[in-house]
Design a protein around this ligand. Structure first.
Ligand SMILES: Cc1cc2nc3c(=O)[nH]c(=O)nc-3n(C[C@H](O)[C@H](O)[C@H](O)COP(=O)(O)OP(=O)(O)OC[C@H]3O[C@@H](n4cnc5c(N)ncnc54)[C@H](O)[C@@H]3O)c2cc1C
Length: 385
């Protein structure tokens, strides 16, 4: 009979980050039903934005994660293409100008270095943008990383600490006795363990069901267009003010932009542009229609006419794990001892992956260190609304 001190279910940026931290002091097995990082964590943008988070706790959490990024490459001993290129939220319409001025003030009050740039400053920094852009919020602390490398780097570093990382190994049941976790059934056999971490992102509700734990995490679909490799066309990552409105809307409301579209624009180290994106509730349906893809392209070209003649090579679709209040759940289940949840990072999982590993390790060890960050992430906050 195989045994482990802890089993992590899910091999995206969140599960691999957790496996790495837990493996420091334990025998860890990570189960991933497909390839590592091939679901949401491999179908997303690469921005580590601070300014896009809400003031108060969400910014505090993102800052804690961003601090870990400062030395993460060195710690994991491999390139994750972490770059401190800053981030910009462009203002497209007079209607957004007043709210974005307030947005900048609130971020400054929360301790972020965000500046309001006028149209000339924006064009001097990003000449590819439309002459109609009125200004932008600029944050030098915003950064970027390659999410594909991030999952792999965490997994490799976890392996070096002795973790057993198992792609193509699906968890099919959680085994409980007298209200306690005693093991997990996989397609390739049973593992005895007293600790399971559900890090299955948008699929976390299915895993919670196996343990008889109530958890509602919905897939919020997003599509991104990918271009051919190009010379550097933009500096850092760019969002638009409509993106902020779509991100913080809790549902597809009548005044939301069609398909939840808001520009997210970034360029990979190899030169491909990532042009996003949409936000829709369509279950796990990956078949995004041409009307959504062309709406993303039209919106992007309006803001950045330099994109008009670039060649698209493909698109990708991912499912943001949506909890309803923009924050993940990092907590232990009350119903079943030994069952932990770390899921629901919605559109912020790349930014929040590093802190999530620390939070879960601290939670399992019942340490004091991160109690203030864990409290607002408890499961019952959602059951209470
Ligand atoms: C279009 C788009 C753009 C985004 N842009 C950004 C961005 O710029 N910055 C940012 O911070 N965030 C961004 N995000 C959000 C970010 O991608 C997610 O929050 C993050 O990837 C979630 O990671 P995860 O590990 O929780 O989920 P996933 O990566 O989906 O990992 C969960 C894993 O669990 C596995 N699994 C499920 N069931 C089982 C089972 N029974 N047994 C074993 N394994 C199982 C799945 O196969 C999957 O690999 C974006 C998301 C999208 C969709």
């Amino acid at each position: 009979m195989e045994t482990a001190d802890a089993v992590v279910i899910g091999g995206g940026v969140i599960g691999t980050s957790i496996a790495y931290r837990l493996a420091e002091h334990r025998k860890v097995i990570l189960l991933e039903r497909g390839e590592l990082g091939a679901q949401t964590s491999g179908s997303c943008d690469k921005a580590i934005f601070l300014q896009s988070k809400k003031p108060g706790f969400p910014i505090k959490l993102a800052q804690a994660s961003r601090e870990i990024y400062e030395t993460l490459e060195e710690e994991l001993d491999t390139s994750i293409e972490f770059k401190k290129n800053g981030g910009m939220i462009v203002i497209e319409s007079e209607a957004h100008l007043a709210s974005m001025k307030k947005f900048v003030k609130e971020r400054n009050k929360a301790g972020l270095d965000v500046k309001l740039l006028d149209d000339k400053e924006v064009h001097a920094w990003q000449p590819g943008l439309s002459g109609d852009i009125l200004g932008a919020a600029w944050c030098a602390q915003d950064a970027e990383v390659n999410p594909l490398l991030l999952s792999q780097a965490f997994a490799q570093a976890a392996k070096r600490r002795g973790a057993d990382i198992r792609p193509h190994t699906e968890a099919t049941d959680i085994l409980c006795e007298r209200g306690k976790v005693v093991g997990v059934q996989t397609r390739h056999g049973k593992i005895t363990t007293g600790t399971i971490v559900n890090a299955a992102g948008p699929f976390a509700s299915e895993i919670a069901d196996m343990a008889g734990v109530g958890l509602t995490i919905m897939p919020r679909r997003g599509a991104v267009l990918i271009t051919e490799k190009l010379e550097p066309l933009i500096h850092g990552n760019i969002l638009c003010s409509q993106y902020i409105a779509a991100k913080h809307a809790a549902s597809d409301t009548a005044d939301a932009p069609p398909y939840g579209i808001g520009l997210s624009l970034g360029q990979t180290e190899s030169g491909n542009l990532l042009i996003g994106g949409s936000r829709e509730f369509k279950g796990f349906d990956k078949s995004v229609g041409p009307e959504v893809l062309s709406a993303i392209a039209r919106h992007a070209v309006r803001i950045a006419p330099v994109l008009k003649n670039v060649k698209l090579i493909r698109s990708m679709v991912g499912f943001r794990p949506f909890t309803g209040d923009g924050l993940p759940i990092i907590d232990k289940a009350k119903e079943v001892e030994g069952f932990f949840i770390a899921a629901g990072h919605e559109g912020d999982g790349i930014a929040l992956a590093p802190i999530t590993g620390h939070l879960v390790a601290s939670l399992i060890d019942n340490k004091e260190q991160y109690k203030d960050l864990l409290k607002p992430l408890q499961l019952d906050r959602l059951q209470a609304v």
